[in-house]
Write a protein that binds this ligand. Structure first.
Ligand SMILES: NC(=O)c1ccc[n+]([C@@H]2O[C@H](COP(=O)([O-])OP(=O)(O)OC[C@H]3O[C@@H](n4cnc5c(N)ncnc54)[C@H](O)[C@@H]3O)[C@@H](O)[C@H]2O)c1
Length: 245
């Protein structure tokens, strides 16, 4: 008998910002959601409540995506208890900006580790269970316009986000025959806690649409890539940037 449970998608870094908007949008579009946070469990639980109010199941996992062992233990236990996921949205990310000569080792290491180790630490334990499910699946990775064109003061962040695009393109080829699509979303300037108001005002003038984007606009693109209309779309980067590039 076909499995009639709704498909489940894990969204990393979903206690706030773009991740929260993605989680809520996926729930509205019919998915059950595994929320994820590093420390903000109460905030993530509030998002879970909002999702349950929409009639979808939600639970919260907490671990630092840079902690390989913690990620593996949490994800394997969750899959053991609830079954393999249909999809994952690798959204957790940080910035630590500064002109390159003044960049600290910590700013370099932490930004690359959160993006690239974070991708590996989360996606690697999920892939075999997704393959064994023998059904379509989705992997969506949050890159950035910085990973496409490079941003002044963001050598670390631009390298990390470009690295993610390389990982997406390679993994998409490996998983294509399994009907698991792998795509990146590359937002431009999106108004969240990550960006400061001064930077937003300065950048606004460079954006052809003359405004920053919203988390909900990014969430719509992610949900499209997770949905049935995107079954033949893989190895792509979908920009959500008001025409910036
Ligand atoms: N806001 C923008 O303008 C913008 C533009 C392009 C790309 N992005 C990307 O979108 C994603 C979400 O950004 P946002 O603007 O919502 O920022 P945000 O700071 O509001 O959210 C980032 C989330 O990631 C989580 N996170 C960070 N490091 C983590 C770690 N080590 N372990 C577990 N969780 C961790 C944070 O707790 C937070 O919930 C990031 O990957 C970011 O790089 C944002």
């Amino acid at each position: 008998m076909p499995d009639s449970r709704p498909d489940t998608v894990l969204v990393t870094g979903s206690s706030r910002g773009i991740g929260r908007a993605v989680a809520l949008r996926l729930a509205r579009d019919g998915f059950d959601v595994v929320l994820h946070c590093r420390r903000q469990q109460a905030q993530a639980e509030r998002v879970a409540e909002e999702i349950r109010a929409l009639g979808r199941a939600a639970r919260v996992l907490c671990f630092d995506v840079t902690d390989r062992a913690a990620a593996r233990v949490a994800l394997e236990a969750d899959i053991e208890a609830h079954g393999a996921y249909y999809g994952v949205v690798c959204n957790a990310g940080i910035t630590a900006d500064g002109a390159f000569p003044a960049l600290t080792d910590t700013a370099w290491d932490s930004v690359l580790s959160t993006s690239l180790d974070g991708f590996y630490n989360v996606v690697h334990p999920l892939v075999m269970p997704m393959i064994r499910r023998r059904r379509p699946g989705r992997i969506v990775v949050m890159s950035s316009v910085s990973g496409l064109i490079g941003n002044r003061g963001q050598v670390n962040y631009s390298a990390a986000k470009a690295g993610l695009i390389g990982a997406v393109k390679a993994l998409a080829v490996e998983l294509a025959k399994r009907r698991i699509t792998v795509n990146a979303v590359a937002p431009g300037l999106i108004e969240t806690d990550m960006v400061d108001a001064e930077a937003t005002e300065a950048a606004r003038r460079a954006i052809p649409m003359q405004r920053p984007g919203t988390a909900d606009e990014v969430a719509g693109a992610v949900s499209f890539l997770c949905g049935p209309d995107a079954g033949y779309i893989t190895r792509q980067v979908l920009s959500v940037n008001g025409g910036l590039c």
